[in-house]
Design a protein around this ligand. Structure first.
Ligand code: LLP
Length: 416
């Protein structure tokens, strides 16, 4: 459930008319709803009840500091994958002590910075990384808190590009090797073993792969206990899907209830989740203006002012994202359109074969655009990155201004 609904056939973002926001800030434009973000975060947090837990928002899904600040005010933790994300969290008022650091290629500089600010845990993805963390912690006279990212070899049944828990994927340490790596970690003087983590993929629409992965890591946890290695937390990653069209992913409560059932024997084991998409996707829309309509023998095209540089998901994953009219009071004849952008690539589309009642100059909104939209945007075709707005009740706040043209080349320089 989100707060982008029609009121008398005009699309609203909470209490603000989307058309008014477009008039004020221009298009293309990302619009987020604070109430939706908060509602989704609470859905995860409340579902755990008294069981020890920490919701670590996956920053990569939407790293705008206003979003991170909303999360920080809720008491959220953060899942990061780079120093850039760490610096954003700190700039947004997030607590270092609630940050878990994932990612296969943490550099020495990133590890050093994370140790300096005192993050909650490194989610370690290889033996070499473990040794590097141990060495850097030693040089600093610190003890590094770690978890091993275990690859449970479970098919997440999602798009192959966003599946991460299979043997053929680059992520984590295989279940078979994990015990030996934990034993090594236990011997390293500057390492403190805190937990175990896994993340099997993104946009999962079924519970079973999550539960299978949980079973596998629990077996491993029990083996470790026999070896005298006790874990304080289990981090099951992110990945819960959302409904872009007619998928029916489990509700966060359904997911956590099923998890807690499996964890009855572990009342003190803290559970960490790293949801990104489930919090941000339906809390955002990408607004654009129809510049031109044109037709040939086989297709009608609606050419809009947002392109694949603003939203790459359809081009990259053939992702379906719903597209709707902003003003349904206008008298327009519905037709089937390919919604395409201004970029010189055939893959530059927001959606294909969509029935829309639109004319040139009208506004359309691509729904579920709050996750992996702005965060994956680029300047391709020298297009300034779009502005971003967050609505909070009756107020629409600019949370990122539109880039200017000189900013496109401000880091560049000509030869002397
Ligand atoms: N934790 C780890 C270690 C991850 O790699 C990811 C996502 C998450 C948490 C958050 O997953 P979520 O809850 O958002 O599914 N760009 C793609 C999605 C890539 C996800 C990468 N990892 C897309 O637009 O569909």
């Amino acid at each position: 459930m989100d707060f982008f609904q029609y009121r008398q056939n005009r699309l609203m973002a909470e209490q603000c008319a989307v058309a008014d926001i477009a008039r004020q800030f221009g298009t293309p434009l990302y619009i987020y709803s604070r109430a939706t973000l908060e509602r989704h975060w609470h859905a995860f947090d409340k579902a755990f009840g008294d069981h020890p837990h920490l919701i670590c928002f996956a920053v990569k899904s939407n790293p705008n500091i206003a979003i991170l600040n909303v999360m920080a005010k809720l008491g959220s933790g953060f899942d990061i994958v780079s120093q850039g994300e760490l610096e954003r969290v700190l700039a947004a008022g997030g607590e270092a002590g609630k940050v878990v650091f994932s990612g296969v290629a943490k550099t020495e500089r990133e590890i050093a910075r994370a140790l300096d600010v005192g993050i909650r845990c490194f989610n370690v993805e290889s033996v070499s990384e473990l040794k590097t963390i141990n060495r850097i912690a030693g040089e600093k006279g610190k003890i590094a808190p770690i978890s091993l990212r275990v690859n449970p070899d479970v098919d997440a049944k999602t798009h192959p590009y966003i599946s991460t828990g299979l043997k053929e994927n680059k992520f984590g340490i295989s279940v078979d090797e994990a015990s030996a790596v934990y034993r090594l970690a236990a011997e390293l003087p500057h390492i403190e073993i805190c937990g175990m983590d896994c993340h099997i993929g993104s946009q999962l629409t079924e519970l079973q792969p999550f539960l299978d992965a949980t079973d596998r890591v629990l077996v491993l946890m029990r083996q470790l206990k026999q070896d005298g290695i006790e874990l304080r937390h289990l981090d099951l990653g992110g990945g819960l899907g959302v409904s872009y069209r007619n998928e029916t992913p489990p509700h966060p409560t359904e997911y956590t209830t099923a998890l807690l059932q499996k964890l009855q024997a572990y009342p003190d084991l803290e559970i960490i989740l790293e949801p990104g998409r489930a919090i941000t996707a339906n809390a955002g829309i990408l607004l654009s203006k129809v510049e031109y309509l044109k037709s040939n023998e086989s297709r009608n095209f609606a050419i809009v002012d947002a392109g694949m540089n603003d939203m790459i998901r359809p081009a990259l994953y053939q992702a379906y994202m719903e597209i709707i009219e902003v003003d349904r009071t206008l008298a327009r004849r519905p037709a089937l359109y390919d919604i395409v952008g201004p970029i010189c690539e055939t893959s530059d589309f927001l959606g294909k074969q969509r029935e829309l009642a639109i004319a040139e100059g009208d506004l359309i909104a691509q729904r579920s655009a709050g996750a992996y939209g702005a965060s994956m945007s680029s300047n391709y075709n020298s297009r300034p990155r779009t502005a971003e707005v967050m609505v909070d009740g009756e107020q629409a706040h600019l949370i990122k201004r539109r880039e200017t043209y000189p900013e496109l080349w401000q880091l560049e320089q000509m030869l002397p």
